[in-house]
Structure formats: structure tokens, C-alpha cells
Design a protein around this ligand. Structure first.
Ligand code: ZN
Length: 276
């Protein structure tokens, strides 16, 4: 019997713009769903309007096979080996554990990228930009829920495309930061698709995969301190480490006041530290 996956869909690849057979592309890589289940959880999907638990993968016929392969080879394969993959399997945190932070307080430790040669910045940044670009390149849905679509605008989307195609370097007026979660519990089974806000004169977006938070700042008015610590183009690139689970709790708490929370998620979150 033919399934939906067997059916060929032809169209214009959203990245290289060639007319090709389109793959069933994922907004976030398929492997991530396996990781969160390995962490003894189910993906918790969160957007600005709703939060729910689901194993449904978010896909769309978006990219040709060559561009899919490009995404795998240039960022995804390495990055997915570094994030939280189950107990005591978290290479990025292991790398930080072997180094001395350049600054720390009780909440956060900051590491100079120059002390972290094991971190492949090109792969990490390519992966991050590919996810941010995908989130904005089309409308994505999970069941009946439409995910919020970041609007970077034509100038930045073109710059992201050129970077992803290998025709240009990392875009200017864009700053990428990463945070590694120290001791993830909820963050181990959390996928947060790109969501963002417009701050004063620049946009701020983030997404979360198990154990790692990617933050992107876009615009001419990005504050100097945010430009300076960009992992790609900053003067003082850093990786920070903290237990950012509080961020998840506060987002869920905020959502509980304004949004539909699925019953299954409410049940799951009924005990501490989530009190809906
Ligand atoms: Zn393509």
C-alpha cells in the first residue's frame, strides 16, 4: 500500500529555488523526537498561543534532496551529537565541564569560545540559522495549530538563504548566542519552536532543543553587548551555561493565563515545579 511518504511532490525548493522533487522536510530534525523520548518524556510543544504534548512531527514538502542533505552535512549531524541525549550523554556540557569559565555567579557561567576548541561553531551556527530560516520560510502546522511564523523580513531572509547555500558568510546585524542547560530535567524533553518578539529596534527569537537554547537577535540596533558575544561574529564570543529551566516554567505559567493548554500537558504538569 502506498503511504503519503511514497507520493512524489514536485515544486520549487524554498532554499535553492530549483524545481525538484520535494522532501517531507522537518521544522526540527526528526532525530530530536527520538532523543526526547529517550529522555523518558514526550515532546512538549510550546508556542505563543498554546502548549501541548505530542509525538506528531512537524513536516512539510519544502526542500529538495540536495538542500536536505546540505542541512544534514553542514550542521545538523554534528550538533545533534552534542545536545542532551539521555543521562550522562551531553557532550556540550562535558566540554564546558572541562573548562574554566571566564565569569560566573550563582546563576550563570560564561565560557570564552577561544577556550572551547571542541565546539564546531560553523556547524552550530549553520544548524541554528537553518532552523530559524525554516521557521520563517513557510507556515508550519501541528494538527490544527498554526505555529507562529517569525518575520525576519526579505533582507534578512535573503541573507540567511545565501549563507545556507554557501554563497555568503554569516549575515551582518545578526547575533547568535547559545546557552547550555546545566542539569536539564524539563529542558531534556522540551522542544520549543522558534518564537520571538520585537524589542526596541531589533528582533529577538529563540528555540530550544534538549539541553540547548539558541537565541537570535536581528536588526541594526542590536545592543553592543549582544553583538559582542555572538558565537560567530562577536569580539568576545562566549557560550553560557545555566539552568534555564526557570525560563520554561515562566513561559508555561504565562501561557496558562492566556492560552489553551492541552489536558495531557496539564495533567503532566500538575505537580511541582509546574503548577498550572
Ligand atoms: Zn534545494
Amino acid at each position: 500500500m502506498r503511504t503519503g511518504e511514497d507520493l512524489e511532490v514536485r515544486g520549487q525548493c524554498a532554499l535553492c529555488l530549483r524545481d525538484e522533487i520535494l522532501m517531507d522536510s522537518h521544522l526540527l530534525p526528526k532525530a530530536l523526537y527520538r532523543f526526547v523520548r529517550a529522555a523518558d518524556g514526550s515532546p512538549i510543544v510550546l508556542n505563543r498561543h498554546a502548549a501541548w504534548i505530542t509525538d506528531k512531527q512537524i513536516t512539510k514538502h519544502l526542500l529538495c534532496a540536495a538542500c536536505e542533505e546540505r542541512f544534514h552535512r553542514h550542521g545538523e549531524d554534528w550538533t545533534l551529537r552534542q545536545i542532551y541525549r539521555g543521562e550522562r550523554r551531553f557532550r556540550l556540557l562535558d566540554v564546558l565541564n572541562r573548562c574554566t569559565p571566564v565569569a560566573e555567579n550563582s546563576q550563570i557561567a560564561v565560557y570564552a569560545l577561544s577556550d572551547l576548541p571542541d565546539i564546531l561553531i560553523d556547524d552550530l551556527s549553520y544548524f541554528a540559522v537553518s532552523v530559524f530560516w525554516r521557521s520563517s520560510a513557510t507556515d508550519w502546522q501541528i494538527g490544527d495549530h498554526k505555529l507562529p511564523r517569525p518575520t525576519f523580513g526579505p533582507k534578512y531572509m535573503a541573507a540567511f538563504s545565501e549563507y545556507l547555500l554557501g554563497n555568503a558568510g554569516f549575515p551582518s546585524d545578526v547575533s547568535l548566542l547559545i546557552e547550555v542547560c546545566d542539569g536539564p530535567t524539563t529542558a531534556a524533553n522540551m522542544l520549543i519552536f522558534p518564537i520571538g518578539t520585537v524589542a526596541a529596534g531589533y528582533d529577538r527569537y529563540d528555540f530550544m532543543v534538549p539541553g540547548v537554547l539558541f537565541r537570535l537577535f536581528v536588526g541594526e540596533n542590536i545592543p553592543v553587548e549582544l553583538r559582542s558575544c555572538c558565537i560567530v561574529t562577536g569580539d568576545h564570543p562566549v557560550v553560557s551555561r545555566r539552568n534555564y529551566e526557570q525560563l520554561i516554567y515562566s513561559r508555561l505559567a504565562l501561557l496558562s493565563e492566556t492560552a489553551r493548554i492541552s489536558k495531557r500537558l496539564k495533567d503532566e504538569m500538575s505537580g511541582p515545579p509546574f503548577r498550572m
